[in-house]
Design a protein around this ligand. Structure first.
Ligand SMILES: Nc1ncnc2c1ncn2[C@@H]1O[C@H](COP(=O)(O)OP(=O)(O)O)[C@@H](O)[C@H]1O
Ligand SMILES: [Mg+2]
Length: 247
């Protein structure tokens, strides 16, 4: 039995005084797994990640996180507190500081790490993983290529030594070759025991790097299976993977 790292039970969430956008979401993420949430635009995929990360507060249900310090109930906690417990959220807009340098972006990522020697070691480890960034330490993040920015985003994430990473649309706006690199990085990070919950428009690509696939539609989970079974399911191919119906 693998260890459960993140568990959502009956999560309901929406925005402001608006309607419930996601309804009764039940989802589990085990250690080292990559789970990909797919589904049409507006299905509520990003909303699920935001509800876990505390960007919006769930209206009902629980989010349990197997943190370093034991089991934690996340719903109701502030985002910055959640990030300190070992759960990292990479939003769709990527949230790099474009007018800061690579080195400054890395330092900012670790601002909650009080032991400055430890932070130095972690930054060096991240730079060994992404050597390209080492050559770019004084460059402004906003002036780097899409692929380099993507590496900086992953480097910032691993500095925090997270147990779980949530990633919204990692392939968005990237050239095909860079998309391949991004998924390689995701697989490498997971192979070290980090669990990854991913939302991806490019459903086939996302699923092919994942162990599990979760299909969402109209705010609900309609299907959850090993990723290869989601990829090969005729009905899912027709409805969600853009395969044309056989005549
Ligand atoms: N900040 C927001 N305020 C109000 N409604 C929002 C907000 N963000 C998303 N929504 C609505 O929530 C629904 C689901 O959005 P989202 O979770 O972003 O879908 P997906 O990521 O699957 O495309 C959409 O109808 C969208 O209009
Ligand atoms: Mg989205």
């Amino acid at each position: 039995m693998s260890e459960c790292m993140l568990k959502l039970e009956n999560i309901v969430a929406g925005y402001g005084y608006g309607p419930d956008i996601i309804k009764n979401i039940n989802l589990e993420l085990n250690k080292g797994d990559i789970k990909c949430i797919i589904g049409p635009n507006g299905a509520g995929k990003s909303t699920v990640l935001k509800a876990i990360a505390g960007i919006i507060i769930p209206r009902n249900g629980t989010v349990s996180f197997n943190s370093e310090k034991g089991n934690l109930e996340l719903s109701g906690m502030e985002t910055y507190e959640i990030m300190k417990t070992g759960l990292c959220f990479i939003p769709q807009d990527r949230s790099l500081f474009n007018t800061l340098t690579v080195a400054e972006n890395l330092a900012m990522a670790g601002y909650t790490i009080n032991d400055k020697h430890d932070l130095r070691v972690r930054i060096d480890e991240a730079l060994d993983t992404f050597p390209r960034l080492k050559e770019r330490l004084t460059q402004y993040a906003g002036t780097m290529s899409g692929g380099e920015q993507q590496q900086l985003i992953f480097a910032r994430a691993i500095i925090l030594k997270p147990r779980v990473i949530l990633i919204d649309e990692p392939s968005l706006g990237l050239a095909p070759a860079i998309v391949e690199q991004a998924f390689q990085h995701i697989e490498n990070i997971a192979s070290k025991g980090v669990s990854i919950l991913l939302v991806e428009q490019n459903a086939r690509r996302g699923l092919s790097s994942s162990n599990f696939g979760t299909v969402m539609d109209l705010g609900e989970i309609v299907f959850e299976k090993p990723a290869n079974q989601v990829l090969s399911d005729d009905r899912i191919q027709e409805l969600y993977l853009g395969k044309r119906k056989k005549k």
